[in-house]
Design a protein around this ligand. Structure first.
Ligand code: HAM
Length: 425
């Protein structure tokens, strides 16, 4: 019996031998994660870690029963006591649950969180869509100012910029309040009902359950039919209009380019007012690298305090794939500074003793235990691009030293063991 990885998921490895496997290399994930932490600190975001699973009702109630995520993509199971649990398909609802449960608003009604976490969605197999993906997410609770919307968007964009990612497009929309949407919903139904038979199967179903989602359809037949569809932007209350105008005006003042897309509705039901999505041309059909929006009613709807909030999520897989396609500067795999090659048994013991002494002085050092030919060991060191090799034979052992070979310029020097640290630094 041979075991294989489950469909739609992947391993993150020190090295991935597949030609397109570079984005799955662990040193690149560590790099992105360290950049996230650095960036989060600048914006006062504090880390939150919630469990991998939550009660199923939390997601049904927050994401919405008729969404794709809840209706067909959740990994739901019963535990031994028969409770229905679901592997987290997204990060916002769990953060709200933790915020409410721990009454964090009693410390401070305004709080900003970030997370780096795996999400689970039973997606149709497709390039760029995984059944376990990883998000850098941010949730800013307690502020209703449109400036907060801009801060969230700017935070995400500057993060991409910091990584050197270019050619991104920011799409924005306002989906108003539930009142604005109720009015618009009827206009949309009136417009689409005579066209029902020409709509895609999915959209025909949504016409009853969630007509706004039809606007987001990628089916070519729907796209053509939607060209003359009514726009939500014509049905916003004056308050919602003002909010959106201030968001747009502030983005203008910061020189942030955007495209207003009145069809952008996003696949989660908790949003209202501003929604946004950022796409990268390099990602192909699954081109959304990040997205988010305002969700002022969610906390209250889940039984918590009435506090506004906004946030975003961005997929780490898609970030890395974009970085690699755009050749942005990324670190190379880690390697030791020094590699010992002992030439006989006594030298091996001596080298082994030196390892912990050097590591105690923060020198990244490894040793060849194998006893193979010097040439073979040297060629491995060269393949791994290790900058220094310490060769120890009988002569060196007697002197308490090693022949330190600089692999870049191929020069060698005899260096006593106690001076290695000084020499390398
Ligand atoms: P989302 O748009 O569903 O939003 O996901 C955010 C990002 O996660 C996407 O833009 C994409 O980069 C990545 N992503 C989503 N699904 C997959 C997948 N199957 N495979 C690979 N990457 C994927 C949310 O999840 C919201 N919770 C974001 C948010 C936070 N809104 C407010 N706060």
């Amino acid at each position: 019996m041979s075991y294989k990885i489950a469909k739609g998921v992947f391993d993150i490895l020190p090295q991935d031998p597949a030609p397109d496997g570079q984005w799955r290399c662990s040193h690149l994930w560590q790099f992105i994660e360290s950049k996230i932490r650095e960036h989060a600190k600048l914006y006062g975001l504090r880390e939150i870690r919630t469990p991998l699973f939550e009660s199923t009702d939390l997601f049904k109630r927050s994401i919405g029963q008729t969404t794709d995520i809840v209706s067909k993509e959740m990994y739901t199971f019963a535990d031994h006591a028969g409770r229905s649990l679901t592997l987290r398909p997204e990060g916002t609802a769990p953060v709200m649950r933790a915020f409410m449960e721990k009454r964090l608003d009693q410390q401070n009604a305004k709080q900003s969180f970030f997370y780096i976490a795996p999400m689970f969605r039973y997606e149709r197999q497709q390039a760029g869509r995984y059944r376990q993906h990883h998000q850098f997410g941010c949730e800013l609770i307690g502020e209703s100012s449109p400036l907060q919307d801009v801060e969230a968007i700017e935070c995400l964009l500057t993060f991409y910029q910091k990584l050197g990612i270019q050619n991104l497009t920011l799409y924005l929309n306002s989906i108003g309040t539930p009142d604005c949407r109720a009015q618009f919903r009827q206009h949309l139904i009136d417009f689409l009902t005579p066209l029902k038979q020409q709509l895609s199967e999915d959209s025909q179903r949504r016409l009853e359950s969630n007509p706004l989602r039809i606007l987001d359809s990628k089916a070519p037949c729907d796209i053509a039919l939607l060209e003359n569809a009514p726009s939500i932007l014509d049905h916003l209350s004056s308050e919602a209009k003002n909010h959106f105008q201030t968001v747009l005006g502030t983005l203008d003042s910061l020189g942030i380019h955007y495209i207003v897309n009145p069809r952008l509705v996003r696949g989660l039901d908790y949003y209202q007012h501003t929604v946004f999505e950022i796409t990268a041309g390099e990602l192909g059909a699954q081109n959304s690298i990040g997205g988010g929006g305002r969700y002022d009613l969610l906390l209250k709807q889940l039984g918590g305090p009435s506090l506004p909030a906004i946030g975003f999520g961005t997929g780490i897989e898609r970030i890395l794939q974009t970085c690699l396609q755009q050749n942005t500067p990324l670190p190379s795999p880690p390697k030791p500074q020094l590699y010992f090659i002992p030439l006989d048994e006594k030298a091996r013991v001596l080298c082994f003793n030196q390892l912990s002494k050097l590591r105690a002085q923060n020198i990244e050092v490894e040793m060849d235990f194998s006893g193979r030919k010097l040439k073979t060991s040297l060629s491995e060191a060269s393949k791994r691009e290790i900058p220094f090799v310490g060769i120890i034979g009988e002569e060196e052992r007697v002197k308490g030293a090693c022949t330190l070979k600089n692999m870049r310029n191929q020069t060698s020097e005899t260096v006593p063991f106690e001076q290695i640290t000084h020499y390398l630094k």
